[in-house]
Ligand binder design. Structure first.
Ligand code: NAD
Length: 402
């Protein structure tokens, strides 16, 4: 296996990367995702067509797209090579595109200098981060792509949150014993169901739009007052509290204990009257805020449904169990994991576009790798490079664990 050389970082410039040998195409590889329940794939035939037209070699692991309904023959027709053996897949690879973080075993198959791009979930994957550091792999974490206008097309957090919000609303409707729309029929009039969305970020807004399209009465709440305008523009009612908890970079800040009590009271009243509650509240880097207590669940109507999108980060509902659907007081509480993987066709399509856009920062117009990672988006998302963990909080975590 060839080992691309890594140049040293020049003072005052971005991290450097060795050029691809003159004229040699960049070999881009997409392995089959192996995490349980992961049906997405990091690229789709339409994107492969563009990459191969630009002169890159694209290798797809056999069956990598099958779970998302992109069979091998479509990738083949788009100009990709389909490879069955992992050794052959990774031979001479320059860039690996992934959805889920690589495992230590995956990393051990890669040569020094290989670039991996995908979600890295670094906090929960410290051994893999350490292995990438030690094997001098370069890793870009898509969750660190800054939310600036220029990076919108590569914002995989947003594209996958869109998929999660849609799926949450559909899941809520599917588990609800009621119709969502108002119906006037010969057998009587049906009142529309009430759907409450807690947290009106990207996923919450998509859940609102989907519940509205299904005909429900939709209410929503977010600690950021700016979210109110977006909620109202979707035709939903925004629950107002005398709090504005907009923190740095448009994200929410943590509430004070008094603010939390006020919020709890208003939210509890809205939860009690809802048929479906979809919770999406998150604060980056922290446990999800607790918005629905077990006492509040006891006040809900029998047959009501809670879909807790924050299940994986502790849950917005006290009773949520990640990965499980449970019943308490006649209320169905769903703690889904990896919701985007339930709409793998479109979630993969959007993710693949995000990656295509990200790749345009790494490869110049002549198809060669850029000599330096100076672009602010590359700098912000660079997790590991040249034997160093570049993301300071992850570096500190690793140092603390050793
Ligand atoms: P997120 O997943 O971090 O959080 C989801 C929502 O939960 C947020 O709207 C947050 O305000 C809300 N929340 C937190 N604590 C809460 C509480 N106690 N009660 C109720 N709600 C609570 O958020 P996100 O979807 O990733 O979006 C975060 C922000 O980034 C939003 O302002 C969004 O519009 C913005 N954004 C900007 C861009 C861009 O400019 N390119 C792209 C995507 C998102």
């Amino acid at each position: 296996m060839s080992t691309p050389a890594i140049a040293q970082k020049e003072p005052g410039t971005g991290p450097t990367v060795s050029k691809n040998p003159a004229g040699a195409p960049v070999v881009i590889v997409v392995p089959r995702e192996t995490a349980p329940g992961e049906h997405r794939v990091a690229t789709v035939p339409d994107v492969v067509r563009k990459l191969t037209a630009s002169g890159h070699v694209v290798r797809i692991e056999h069956d990598a797209g099958t779970g998302a309904y992109y069979p091998d023959d479509l990738f083949l027709a788009a100009g990709a090579q389909i490879i069955s053996s992992r050794t052959a897949l990774f031979d001479g690879v320059r860039i690996v595109l992934r959805v889920q973080p690589p495992t230590v075993a995956d990393i051990d198959q890669l040569s020094e200098g290989t670039i991996i791009i995908g979600f890295m979930n670094a906090t929960n994957n410290l051994p893999a981060v350490a292995r990438m550091r030690d094997r001098k792999i370069t890793a870009f974490a898509l969750e660190f792509v800054p939310r600036i206008t220029r990076a919108q097309s590569m914002d995989a957090l947003s594209s996958q949150a869109t998929a999660a919000g849609y799926t949450a609303a559909v899941l809520g409707a599917d588990n609800c014993p009621k119709f969502l729309p108002m119906l006037t029929t010969a057998a009587g009039t049906i009142r529309p169901a009430t759907v409450l969305i807690l947290g009106a970020g990207v996923a919450g807004l998509m859940a609102i739009a989907t519940a509205k399209r299904l005909g429900a009465i939709v209410e929503a709440y977010d600690v950021r007052r700016a979210a109110g305008e977006q909620v109202r523009s979707l035709g939903a009612k925004f629950l107002e509290l005398e709090i504005n908890a907009e923190g740095q970079g448009g994200y929410a800040r943590e509430l004070t204990p008094e603010e939390k009590a006020q919020e709890q009271q208003m939210v509890s009243a809205a939860v009690a009257r809802a048929d479906i509650v979809i919770t999406t509240a998150a604060i980056p880097g922290r446990r999800a805020p607790l918005l629905v207590t077990k006492e509040t669940v006891a006040t809900m109507r029998p047959g009501a449904v809670i879909v807790d999108l924050a299940a994986e980060s502790g849950g917005n509902c006290e009773l949520t169990q990640a990965g499980k659907t449970i019943q308490e007081h006649g209320v169905t509480i769903i703690g889904p994991q990896n919701l985007p993987a339930r709409v793998p066709f479109h979630a993969s399509q959007m993710y693949a576009k995000n990656l295509q856009s990200f790749l345009s920062l790494l490869v110049d117009k002549d198809g060669a790798l850029v000599p330096e990672f100076t672009d602010e988006i590359l700098v912000a998302s660079l997790l590991v490079h040249a034997g160093e963990v570049r993301h300071a909080p992850t570096r500190d975590l690793l140092a603390g664990g050793k």
